[in-house]
Design a binder for this molecule. Structure first.
Ligand code: NAD
Length: 423
């Protein structure tokens, strides 16, 4: 009899990565077993199965989730992912990372995440709206401006957030703008949210450059993933004077040692055209892209991209994690051994949740800010978090990921202890 080994699922790896990172921090903080057991698990996990009427008149049943990992520091906050590979374990890992991300940048939020198992590109606009409104209704029992505030993530965008806001508002009988963030500006969104994650990455790269005596002008950047996070980060770093030598999407990578024209690639990609067919450089695979020599490598696609198998091939000096969980714990150890510095996801990509927080505050006050104010405040919050993490890492002789996790977990534990265990 031949027993075939089941293939490792990326989502299972994401949860394993998240729990290993937490366990390491718990060990360093010497947390008691009961506290570890509490924080290793998600507090609330809602699974929903719901029908959607399709264009051809048939009914299709979809599966979705909303998971709240921890609420000790405030309402739950985290994105919604529409992707065929979404699973409960992936959502759990992403919810856990949101708790640490909110804590490390000191926002008054807990962590959550949600998702629907669907390839949104296969749906018509009407089907996408029906799916979104029904999913929003299913999870309406646990979301709300004081309870849990979703936002966009892979496969979702401002239009989807507007449908969710409208659906919840219809149920409650009044406009409830603060129930989701990442909305278009016309319906309670904030200026600067669309670019926030990429802009935060730019600010972190600028700090990193200053710390290491690298002039951003002429430095080389490689970006994996050319979506909301990766494309904006590439564009802003290009404008700040860096040379973006390679970018990729799920179809493959484009490389030009003289620097790519990011503005024209963004225009090319507007109609979802694949980078594997774009002009302006040589075509590489995503694996080849990850091993290019550069100052900064920005993985901004999926989790589990830099692993024990390819970490040794990384030739970048710094990795700035745009995606959530792109590096496995085994890869972290290899990179550290090779002298590659990693700025962890929970700091590097926190620009999105920081400006989401600003959007929520503006919605609750019905008072909106200038874009310059949003960007200045983002700069202040993310650079302070980066410096706290860098200082802790240097003082304790540990990696920035370990330092970020120690700070984040320590803050959540402090809130938990102050609140006490109910009843
Ligand atoms: P997106 O859907 O806008 O873009 C994802 C990009 O990754 C696309 O270009 C896609 O083609 C590419 N991609 C998918 N699979 C790939 C693969 N195997 N190899 C290379 N490229 C691949 O998503 P996004 O909002 O930019 O999110 C990207 C990552 O950043 C995710 O991990 C997300 O959780 C994280 N993140 C997003 C935000 C945000 O504000 N949107 C904030 C923080 C973190």
């Amino acid at each position: 009899m031949v027993i075939t080994q089941p293939q490792a699922q990326p989502a299972v790896d994401a949860l394993r990565t998240a729990i290993t990172q937490f366990d390491n921090a718990a060990e360093r903080l010497n947390l008691e077993e009961g506290t570890r057991a509490m924080l290793r698990r998600c507090k609330r996990e809602l699974s929903v199965h719901f029908p959607v009427r399709m264009n051809d008149g048939s009914i299709r049943v979809f599966e979705g989730y909303r998971v709240q990992h921890n609420l000790a520091r405030g309402p739950a906050k985290g994105g919604l992912r529409y992707n065929s590979n979404v699973s409960l374990d992936e959502v759990r890992a992403l919810a856990m990372w949101m708790t640490w991300k909110s804590a490390v940048v000191n926002l008054p939020y807990g962590g959550a995440k949600g998702g629907v198992v669907v390839d949104p590109k296969q749906l018509s606009l009407g089907e996408l709206e029906n799916l979104t409104r029904r999913y929003a209704t299913e999870i309406s029992i646990i979301i709300g401006p004081d309870e849990d505030i979703p936002a966009p993530d892979m496969g979702t965008d401002g239009r989807i957030m507007a449908w969710i806001m409208d659906t919840i508002s219809m149920h409650r009988g009044h406009t409830t703008a603060g129930v989701v963030t990442g909305k278009p500006v016309a319906v309670g969104g904030t200026l600067g949210r669309l670019e926030a994650t990429g802009r935060g990455i730019q600010y972190v790269v600028e700090e990193l450059s200053k710390d290491n005596g690298i002039g951003l002008e002429g430095s080389t950047v490689v970006v994996q993933g050319f979506g909301n996070v990766g494309a904006v980060a590439a564009q802003l770093l290009r404008r700040a004077g860096a040379k973006v030598i390679a970018v990729s999407d799920s179809s493959g990578a484009l490389y030009n040692g003289e620097g790519l024209n990011i503005d024209s690639l963004m225009a090319y990609q507007k109609d979802r055209a694949p980078l594997s067919q774009a002009a302006g450089g040589d075509h590489l695979t995503n694996r080849e892209l990850l091993s290019l020599r550069a100052d900064f490598l920005i993985p901004a696609a999926l989790e589990g991209q830099i692993t024990a198998e390819n970490a040794d091939e990384v030739k970048a000096r710094f990795i700035v994690e745009g995606a959530n969980g792109p590096t496995t714990p085994e890869a972290d150890a290899i990179l550290a051994g090779n002298g590659v510095t990693v700025v962890p996801d929970i700091v590097a990509n926190a620009g999105g949740v920081i400006v989401s927080y600003f959007e929520w505050v503006q919605d609750l006050q019905f008072y909106f800010w200038e874009e310059s104010e949003v960007n200045e405040r983002l700069h202040r919050v993310i650079t302070r978090a980066y410096r706290d993490v860098r200082t802790t890492a240097a003082q304790q002789g540990i990696s920035m990921r370990e330092a970020a996790m120690m700070l984040a977990v320590g803050r959540v534990v402090e809130a938990t202890k102050l609140r006490g265990i109910y009843p």
